[in-house]
Design a binder for this molecule. Structure first.
Ligand code: HEM
Ligand code: HEM
Length: 292
């Protein structure tokens, strides 16, 4: 009678191929996406027009966008994260694999993977919302989630960051983004071992230098993306919105931007209230003027 408890699991049987796929997806598309994504977000430092133009370009596939997001981002992420958790749980399986890696870097790779998982879940729910369905976005809007409006890109991002006294989200983002930069850059280094690119101590020392430089550049880009989203006030967001609305109207008029009101701020949004308050203040000032 065969004892099935001694049979290796599917994962163990295919460990070599699974680890290669896990490693590849961590670099392409996930690492590549992160670099482009952070650079796009950092472009807000140059003003709402620059960022808005980039977001129009990203959203130009229209109905194909969810397909691209799921095929190139969400599914690879779910696979990489799932296998990452499995590797972390079975950490002893790695003994001897990274014989050149220091223990500290080895466990930081795992800790930052766990932080990445929590951060990315919160981040995607906070801005993107997970699904584009209107009923879903309306339901989670009440909880301050799904806050990004692609056709009011800069202003909606800034307002979303300012929710919760303007401290909760910025702290979560800072921790999440820096952890992901470490995870990706240290991961590039370990991937070189997975793929047999740097095996000798000399080659590894050279790879370390290159990764430190790449890490420094990506840290600057990610801190720029963070600052661009976190530092502007609600009043700055109102000014950004005026620019974005002008771009939208001109874009629709010229046929460059498809008319999609659901991608803009809707009535219940915080920014509408902000504008209403400003208008009321102006009206009441106007009414008071003759009496004075
Ligand atoms: C979402 C949660 C994530 C979890 C739980 C996670 C987990 C892990 C773990 C445990 C490892 C170590 C694998 C090993 O030692 O063999 C790893 C490696 C790696 N991760 Fe992630 N990760 C996540 C997200 C990401 C993201 C978003 C990126 C890209 C920006 C990424 C890029 C990498 C790379 C390049 C490696 C190196 C692969 C190798 O050594 O061959 N990871 N990940
Ligand atoms: C300060 C840092 C960051 C800012 C300001 C930021 C901003 C944004 C915005 C505005 C969206 C919504 C895009 C849309 O719905 O069109 C988004 C979505 C997303 N972000 Fe980030 N992000 C940051 C860091 C990161 C990092 C480090 C990762 C790691 C890979 C990441 C991964 C994602 C993913 C997977 C989505 C959902 C897919 C998508 O819409 O493209 N973000 N982010």
């Amino acid at each position: 009678m065969s004892d099935s408890s001694h049979e290796p699991s599917f994962f163990l049987k295919h460990e070599f191929a699974i680890r290669r796929l896990h490693s590849l997806l961590g670099i392409i598309p996930l690492g590549l996406y992160m670099v482009v994504h952070l650079t796009t977000n950092a472009s807000l430092l140059n003003g709402p027009e620059t960022f808005q133009r980039a977001v129009y370009l990203i959203h130009s596939p229209g109905k194909l966008l969810p397909l691209i997001e799921w095929g190139f981002i969400f599914l690879p992420l779910i696979f990489h994260a799932g296998i990452g958790i499995w590797i972390t749980k079975n950490a002893h399986l790695n003994s001897g694999k990274y014989q050149f890696t220091s223990n500290r870097r080895y466990s930081w790779q795992r800790w930052t993977g766990i932080i990445a998982l929590v951060y990315l879940f919160l981040h995607i729910m906070h801005l993107h919302g997970g699904f584009h369905a209107e009923w879903w976005l309306a339901a989670i809007d009440r909880f301050g989630l799904g806050q990004f409006r692609p056709y009011n890109a800069g202003s909606s991002l800034v307002l979303a960051m300012n929710l919760g006294y303007g401290i909760v989200w910025p702290v979560i983002y800072l921790l999440g983004v820096l952890s992901l930069v470490y995870h990706f850059i240290n991961g590039l280094w370990t991937a070189g071992i997975t793929w047999g690119l740097w095996i000798s101590p000399q080659a590894q020392a050279r790879a370390t230098k290159v990764c430190v430089v790449l890490g420094a550049i990506l840290t600057v880009i990610s801190l720029s993306a963070w600052a661009a989203a976190v530092f502007p006030s609600d009043a700055d967001a109102v000014e950004m919105r005026a620019v974005e609305d002008r771009m939208y109207e001109a874009g629709v008029e010229s046929g460059m931007v498809p008319e999609m009101e659901e991608k803009r701020w809707h009535d219940s949004s915080e920014i509408e209230e902000e504008i209403e308050i400003e208008e009321n203040v102006q009206v009441s000032r106007g009414q008071e003027a003759p009496a004075a």
